[in-house]
Design a protein around this ligand. Structure first.
Ligand code: SF4
Length: 328
């Protein structure tokens, strides 16, 4: 067989990202722009999903992205301009601030992230201390931990387990960020169970279906490739995990790269190789993957093979705020 591309399936958009982007697009579509008062049709707190192309595209259509609600003028709240919370979720303090300022919130938090928030509240109410495996500073982890900072103990890796100290009479349960590496988390859980054998697991893993499916597919792709390219932004947790999983699968045989788009590819990476694996993070539009495929085809990788591990049919309805009342 000649030089070829090995394409992971599933890859790219998950149901939570699809819903979050559609939320902003729906608001943009129903808005009268430009407004006489000069206000934008919608504000979005933080990146709606962690992909710079998606954010730039929505910004070009009029969405205004802010880091904090404080950047939004009172006039916007008074005019009822929608403010969208991103797919990664927010802390109770952010919700309270929006409510206090009378903002018209449209919450695009992924339902699978909201599930973890609810688990925190339930377990704290039942008297548990929660060990939460996540990435410090990531929007999702910040929102979850702030549900109950005194009872949620964040660790990142197995090496952090020693920093925890609980007595055997402490009710302990484990929760995790949705976009972790399945394998690395299993290692951390083993270390936790060795130290705290009474640690309880949640009813279902918090690592979401999209994360597990994309990691399973890229593992197989890595086995059949000389190198792997992951399309996804540097601040996208699941994209970075995909790159790590691919690198583990490749071992010494080759290298895994992460690029935002085709412009970041370096032809030198592919010299002398026969096969290049490709996958993309859950926040990545497929046209960016198409751009990478085109670039590799121009470098002579004209064969194409798809590695499919599972068919996804997950779908989330739009946020209740969009289903309930018409937007202005
Ligand atoms: S990666 Fe998983 S948790 Fe995150 S938005 Fe997608 S479906 Fe939701």
């Amino acid at each position: 067989m000649g030089k070829r591309i090995v394409l992971a399936d599933p890859r790219g958009f998950c149901a939570g990202v699809d819903r979050a982007i559609l939320t902003v697009r729906t608001i943009l579509k129903s808005a009268d722009t430009p407004r006489a008062d000069g206000l934008p049709p919608v504000y979005v707190r933080r990146q709606i999903v962690h992909n710079k192309h998606v954010v730039e595209d929505l910004a070009a259509q009029g969405a205004v992205f802010v880091q904090e609600l404080a950047e939004i003028p009172d006039a916007a709240a008074e005019a009822g301009i929608p403010i969208v919370f991103s797919a990664h979720g927010v802390s109770p303090a952010v919700k309270a601030e929006a409510a206090a300022r009378g903002m018209h919130v449209v919450d695009a938090t992924c339902p699978l992230v909201s599930k973890v928030h609810r688990e925190v509240l339930r377990f704290v109410k039942e008297g548990y201390e929660i060990i939460y495996i996540g990435h410090k500073g990531h929007d999702e982890a910040v929102g979850v931990v702030e549900e109950s900072p005194e009872h949620v103990h964040l660790i990142e890796h197995a090496s952090d387990v020693d920093s925890l100290d609980f007595q055997p009479d402490t009710k302990l349960v484990l929760l995790t960020q949705t976009t972790l590496s399945v394998d690395e988390t299993a290692g951390t859980i083993t270390a936790l169970k060795a130290r705290f054998p009474w640690l309880e697991m949640p009813p279902n893993s918090d690592i979401c279906y999209a994360t597990s499916n994309r990691q399973a597919a890229v593992k197989l792709v890595a086995q059949q490739s000389d190198c792997v390219v992951i399309v996804g932004s540097a601040n996208s947790s699941n994209s970075v995990r995909l790159m790590e999983v691919a690198q583990e699968g490749l071992g010494e045989r080759g290298k895994a790269y992460r690029v935002d788009d085709a412009s970041e590819l370096d032809p030198a990476w592919f010299e002398g190789l026969e096969s290049v694996g490709i996958s993309s993070g859950a926040s990545v539009p497929d046209e960016l993957v198409s751009g990478v495929i085109d670039a590799l085809q121009n470098l002579g990788f004209t064969g194409m093979k798809s590695v499919e591990t599972i068919k996804e049919n997950m779908h989330f309805v739009l946020p209740a705020e969009l289903r309930r009342k018409p937007l202005r």
